[in-house]
Design a binder for this molecule. Structure first.
Ligand code: PMP
Length: 432
């Protein structure tokens, strides 16, 4: 029973493991965009696990391929050859749109890990090895993981431990126009936030940069979409100081923004490395860092090892997921339903004064709640209670943002317009 699970959890699981909701939810079954609790109650999962279930819970063709692989070879490691890791790496390379802005080479060398944090660790390590520099620039309000270094990249006190103090990381402004730190308006601001990376480099680093890492659209930070030119300016300045540019596509990749396969393509830039996780494997413990021949070469003389990275089950699930994205028009659906949903949310904003801003692209949307549209005081408690209330109406939402006041809508990308109508109707009722 649910009570027994709660009792076991208290007794045997670390209290550090976060659960959502005052009454934590138990999920026993998943079917495409829906999950079911122990009583059989159905919920629309508008947060897709945590932006992990890209093509639908227990998608039949993903599950069939994983079952077949499990029967054939359940495990081996990268010290042996196995077919799927090679096929999957080839498939990922075929999805890389541009060459690296630094080396001019294609991004076609992949290193597999089990989590987004590890992918970002290997990216930073590779950048430091390649450039011989140590300092890294990340974005305020960003999230990059829970390991020692990636906690340092993550610019949010909520996710930090005072005992952990990684060195050589400075943070710059992310292009969060709704809360512009300079109180300026786009475009007359002249992208001051982007140009400011020059000052960050000058005042807070040695001046010689190993890497810049940024989520093209911030996920945990609340679907923050910077102006179109933002990343071009930042990438140029970082490269002038010797740095490699990393796009963290852990949440924004695999068609979620609808317009493009990768979120960074919305900003017309050519990263030198892409890190990915979550939606890459529809919920499998699978992640990767893809880069160029020259950059990946720096790791060739070193021994670096990841026991489960690229294991047969995870890469089979990854390959099957990417095939579904292609075959079932998942990216196109993210654009169509995402645009429909965003328009409806903008309409709702006219009626619901708590909505300060609706933002995002495709099915990566955020609704920032404020107590007052003029002062923009964050409506954090209201946000939490709306997320609770929506659950009682059969809708699971994400929450996040700098002040915990942004509702995050990132459902499995197979949702329909009817589901979008349901999301808006529930939000309307909860907001009222
Ligand atoms: N990067 C981003 C953008 C993320 O959202 C996350 C997870 N929320 C991570 C990295 C870390 O991924 P993981 O939890 O798989 O280590």
């Amino acid at each position: 029973t649910r009570d027994e699970v709660i009792a076991l959890r208290h007794q045997y699981l670390s209290p550090g493991i976060l659960t959502y909701y005052a009454e934590p939810m138990m999920i026993v079954e998943g079917k495409m965009q829906y999950v079911y609790d122990e009583k059989g109650t159905r919920y629309l999962d508008a947060f897709a696990g945590i932006v992990t279930v890209s093509v639908g819970h227990c998608h039949p063709s993903v599950i069939d391929k994983v079952k077949a692989q499990t029967d054939k070879l359940q495990h081996t490691t990268t010290i042996y050859l196995h077919p799927t890791i090679a096929q999957f790496a080839q498939k990922l390379a075929s999805k890389m749109p541009q060459t690296s802005g630094t080396t001019g080479q294609p991004l076609d060398k992949t290193y597999f890990t089990n989590s987004g944090s590890e992918a970002n660790e290997i990216a930073i390590l590779s950048a430091r090895e390649t450039t011989g520099n140590h300092d890294v620039i990340a974005l305020r309000n960003g999230y990059h993981g829970g390991t020692a270094n990636t906690m340092g990249l993550t610019a949010h006190g909520t996710w930090r431990f005072k005992s952990n103090n990684p060195s050589g990381i400075a943070h710059t402004h992310p292009g969060y126009c709704y809360r512009c730190p300079y109180n300026l308006e786009y475009p007359s601001c002249d992208l001051k936030c982007a140009h400011d990376v020059k000052n960050v480099i000058e005042y807070q680093t040695s001046g010689e940069i190993a890497a810049f890492i940024g989520e093209p659209i911030q996920g945990v930070g609340g679907a923050v979409v910077p102006p179109a030119e933002y990343f071009q300016i930042v990438y140029d300045i970082v490269r002038e100081h010797g740095g490699i540019c990393i796009a963290d596509e852990v949440q924004g990749g695999f068609g979620r923004t609808g317009t493009h396969y990768w979120a960074h393509q919305n900003f017309n830039v050519q990263p030198d490395m892409i890190t990915m996780a979550k939606g890459i494997g529809n919920g499998a413990p699978l992640a990767a860092m893809t880069t160029t021949a020259d950059i990946s070469k720096t790791m060739a003389n070193r021994v670096h090892f990841n026991t489960y990275g690229g294991n047969p089950i995870s890469v089979t699930q990854g390959l099957a997921t990417l095939e579904v994205i292609d075959e079932e028009g998942i990216q196109e659906n993210a654009l169509t339903v995402g645009t429909y949903l965003k328009d409806a949310l903008l309409e709702l904003q006219n009626k619901q004064p708590l909505i300060g801003e609706v933002r995002g692209l495709g099915l990566m949307l955020g609704v920032e709640l404020v107590k007052d549209r003029t002062t923009k005081a964050p409506a954090k408690e209201e946000c939490a209670s709306i997320v609770e209330h929506a659950k009682t109406l059969g809708l699971l939402l994400g929450k996040g943002g700098l002040h915990g006041n942004t509702i995050r809508l990132k459902p499995p990308m197979c949702i329909t317009q009817d589901d979008a109508d349901f999301i808006v109707a529930v939000l309307d009722e909860a907001l009222t």
